[in-house]
Write a protein that binds this ligand. Structure first.
Ligand SMILES: Cc1ncc(COP(=O)(O)O)c(C=O)c1O
Length: 131
């Protein structure tokens, strides 16, 4: 199940409190991956490092873009828990991308991830898990 922590297309829609926790509980119960689309909400754009941090929710996968490139580099990323990515282990080329692994884009993304504002965002489970 893919959710935006705050819906950004078609209006700025902030979900009611408990919505993201509810999605997390439901997806766990049903054995479904929870994917947070943090393209618009990620990397400090809501005052927390990730939008899901407002509810202390830890999704299985997250998509990142926009702020990841620091405004200068077109880059997107799909990050997730180690166990989820394990399925690609035996065939890493299964999930391919024309420009995947571009070292210039990765270097540009590294800078905003290391910048001091990161420390000003209140940490949530994703921010502090280190995975
Ligand atoms: C919420 C959301 N998800 C995904 C995307 C796609 O991002 P990109 O075009 O950087 O891959 C966008 C683009 O605006 C977006 O707003």
């Amino acid at each position: 199940m893919i959710v935006e922590p705050i819906q950004g297309e078609g209006g700025i829609r902030v979900p009611p409190e408990g919505y993201l926790r509810g999605v997390r509980e439901l997806t766990r119960e049903k054995g479904v991956l929870m994917i947070a689309d943090e393209v618009q909400t990620g990397l400090g754009r809501t005052g927390r490092l990730f939008g899901v941090d407002w509810e202390g929710v830890s999704p299985d996968l997250m998509t990142l873009a926009k702020a990841l490139g620091g405004g200068v580099m077109p880059i997107g990323a799909c990050v997730g828990r180690r166990e989820v990515f394990e399925v690609f282990k035996n065939n890493p080329l299964f999930h391919s991308s024309t420009f995947g692994g571009n070292p210039l884009a990765a270097a540009a993304a590294w800078r905003p991830l290391r910048s001091p504002w990161r420390r000003t965002c209140r940490a949530g489970p994703w921010s502090s898990a280190g995975t």
